[in-house]
Design a protein around this ligand. Structure first.
Ligand code: MOS
Length: 739
């Protein structure tokens, strides 16, 4: 590593200036010649079928080029049960699966013309009553097929113990609770949008996506075009949180319409349309029962989850499997997952899909147990932490959770907490003040990732991969890693991402981008240095010509041998070469086998609850994170802050109201669906305990994009309990629940 390496430094985002000056081109900023505009028509019933559609007025409307409906469709092919997306494609049948489903696309010369014409489309339905109430249908929940995390129901029981309930009955102390949270929405700042441009049988698709290569595969399969003829370009993504990891119907229709009309077409979703067209986080109901000895050793843990799922697609969270199971050691553990399939819009992955709900339940229950035992919640967790994971028996590759608890408690001033609820008030006695804490865990993943490094004659180096930066920092991290690996300043690195034509990358999912890119980049750097040395000894115009490659060394952007030192730019100049390049990649999983990999964290927070109005304000927050080595503390910190803000929304304000009779999302707008704003976010203290996880990858890095939100809501609910003595198990914690 060179003296000047920016690795581990809080450098500014390399794309920051472009973004704040408006120079960064998002998908819908592309305005090719003859661009036409699409606008979706959505269903206004929750279940049934389309009897007829009257599109005559829309077709006559100014500027309209086409009105596509199930009765006049664009041909699409079903992508076949997409893992995280819908299990159907739009306009291929007259079925209505949920309220707000795509039933038409109007294309016109301008956006406004398309929108106005869409309002003129009349649909007659044979409506049926949707199955839409989560609560009412919990008794009909089904046990799903095994998923990534194994069987839905898992029991680990000590010898001679017949059932988890027997183990609970034998415990000296037990607590149990039922925890609920409503449907939540991603709603990234940049709405989903797609611009499709066909030329000579090839299509370029500008479409905000977390996974350019996966987007190509979906589009190719569903539109019916060879993958080699589809290119997705998406250098900047205005947030995603999971719902830009897959392909939604508007993209497929836009690509197909552009082909049919032989014109570029742009479709931008409205904020309201995003609530039903591009997925959501399931509603989740969970029960947790904990049994312990009087001195706080867990002996029985039972955690069952019921998640809403959708007729139109099957992703729902498996909370207990990735939180309770790996977090706490117990002789007897039961985890269970069931799904309640409803006629509602498609549920999908959303930032810490499994862990956000799972941690709310288990971390609330642990707080309840600590209160019952009159034990400090931090001490209870430290006493019961795992060293190996039940089921596979793997030890952690690197786990420093206890250090997170200790550092967090000290920084936050946890020792000043009064364990008796309702005892601390503001001087004017208007506000009840409480402190709470909770644990964060998120599995560390690595997915297939390739990186190309290209040393160029002008002394710069291209570093590229088909990954995505949805605000997560990959642009900057690549520049930092490239500068470190090549020993040159960051301003000579030319990162390039967000284009399916670049070397293959699974994309920005499961907080895995940095681990994949870092590993592949390190390998590519070694390869390109070897290629440079080879050129140096073989090219007759090279000062190193004829030397033994073993005698030539690469350091700090230059080759040295004997007394000679030549920068790679000069060498490429001298030899008349434009560039040398190398591409290397990594596959799934960690470098070493037999380990369990995860990031951890500890949240500490203070809340103030108004005695008279029940209003809850989060007043302080400290999060300490164990995610291996941190490449950029500035971008990493903003990931954790963003995750905690998600948790504030989860705890205090966010939730969809589903109308049971119609399956309609009743508050599908930003006036009534409340996300935290700046005034809701307190000063945030974020710390990293940096222990490089070199069993996971050569750089020792793990993911952080999703970790920060895990447990944040539980920390707030636990602080509300400490402030008021009221245990709210039903999110969000709105004032009415505290009065
Ligand atoms: Mo994340 S929900 O895997 O984009």
């Amino acid at each position: 590593m060179s003296q000047q390496s920016p690795l581990g430094k809080p450098v500014n985002r390399v794309d920051g200036r472009l973004k704040v000056t408006g120079a960064a081109g998002y998908a819908s900023d592309h305005h090719p010649d003859r661009l036409a505009h699409g606008y979706l028509v959505l269903s206004t019933v929750g279940r049934g079928s389309i009897r007829s559609m009257d599109t005559a007025a829309a077709q006559r409307s100014a500027g309209v080029l086409a009105v596509y409906t199930p009765l006049n469709p664009l041909k699409l092919f079903n992508q076949g049960g997409g893992l995280f997306g819908p299990n159907w494609v739009p306009l291929q049948d007259t079925e209505v699966r949920h309220h707000g489903q795509i039933v038409g696309l109007v294309v016109a010369e301008t956006f406004e013309q398309a929108r106005d014409a869409a309002a003129l489309v009349r649909v007659a339905y044979d409506a049926r009553t949707p199955v839409a109430s989560f609560e009412d249908n919990i008794p009909n929940a089904a046990v799903p097929e095994p998923f990534f995390f194994g069987p839905a129901i898992q029991d680990y029981l000590a010898d001679g113990v017949a059932s988890i309930d027997d183990a609970l009955a034998a415990a000296e102390v037990t607590v149990s609770g039922s925890y609920r949270q409503p449907i939540k929405l991603h709603n990234p700042m940049e709405p989903h949008s797609t611009v499709a441009v066909w030329r000579d049988g090839h299509v370029t698709v500008y479409s905000g996506t977390q996974a350019p290569v996966g987007h190509v595969q979906d589009i190719a399969r569903c539109v019916g075009v060879d993958q080699a003829r589809v290119r997705v370009v998406s250098p900047y993504v205005g947030g995603g949180f999971g719902n830009k990891a897959m392909t939604w119907g508007h993209t497929l229709l836009t690509v197909a319409a552009a082909r049919a009309l032989d014109r570029p077409v742009s479709t931008v979703l409205t904020r309201e349309q995003m609530f039903t067209v591009t997925g959501h986080r399931s509603a989740v109901a969970q029960t947790v029962a904990l049994g312990a000895t009087r001195d706080g050793v867990l002996i029985a843990v039972k955690h069952d989850a019921y998640s809403s799922a959708s007729t139109s697609g099957a992703m729902f969270p498996w909370g207990p499997h990735t939180t309770t199971l790996p977090l706490y050691r117990s002789e007897n553990i039961h985890i269970g997952q069931r799904a309640v399939t409803l006629d509602i819009p498609t549920s999908t992955i959303m930032r810490a899909p499994n862990e956000e709900p799972g941690a709310f339940a288990i971390e609330s229950a642990m707080d309840e147990l600590a209160a019952r035992l009159r034990m400090d919640p931090v001490e209870l967790r430290m006493k019961n932490g795992t060293t190996v994971v039940p089921g596979n028996g793997h030890p952690w590759s690197s786990k420093h959770l206890d250090e997170c608890y200790r550092v967090g408690a000290r920084r936050f001033g946890w020792s000043r907490r009064n364990p008796v609820p309702g005892k601390v008030t503001s001087p004017d006695r208007e506000w009840l003040i409480g402190m709470g804490m909770a644990t964060a865990i998120y599995p560390a993943a690595r997915f297939p990732s390739q990186v190309k490094i290209r040393l160029q004659a002008d002394g710069t180096a291209g570093v590229s991969t088909a990954g995505a930066d949805l605000g997560t920092g990959l642009w900057t991290v690549l520049a930092q890693l490239g500068a470190d690996a090549l020993g040159i300043p960051m301003d000579r690195i030319r990162p390039d991402i967000g284009d399916s034509a670049l070397p293959n990358n699974t994309g920005a999912v499961s907080s895995a981008s940095t681990a994949g890119a870092a590993s592949a980049l390190r390998l590519a750097a070694e390869s390109v240095k070897r290629a440079l040395i080879q050129l140096a000894v073989e090219n007759p115009r090279s000062p190193f010509h004829g030397m033994n490659p073993q005698d030539v060394r690469y350091a700090d952007g230059a080759l040295t041998a004997a007394a000679r030192r030549v920068s790679f730019g000069d060498l490429l100049e001298a030899t008349g070469s434009a560039a040398v390049e190398a591409t290397e990649g990594v596959g799934f999983g960690g470098d070493r086998q037999g380990f369990e990999f995860a990031s951890f964290g500890a949240h500490f927070c203070e809340v103030r609850v108004n005695r008279w109005t029940g209003e809850t304000r989060v007043s302080r927050f400290t999060t300490v994170v164990d995610a291996g080595k941190i490449i950029n503390p500035k971008t990493a910190r903003s990931q954790i802050i963003g995750g905690v803000i998600f948790g504030i929304g989860q705890a205090l304000s966010e939730g969809i109201q589903v109308e049971p009779a119609t399956g309609r999302f009743a508050n599908a707008n930003f006036a009534e669906y409340l996300v935290p704003v700046n005034a809701d976010v307190p000063p945030m203290d974020v710390q990293f305990v940096q222990h490089p996880d070199t069993a996971f990858n050569s750089e020792g890095v793990r993911g952080i994009g999703e970790l920060g939100t895990v447990g944040a809501a539980a920390a707030i609910a636990n602080a509300v309990y400490n402030a008021t003595g009221r245990r709210i198990r039903d999110l969000p914690i709105t004032p009415d629940k505290l009065l």
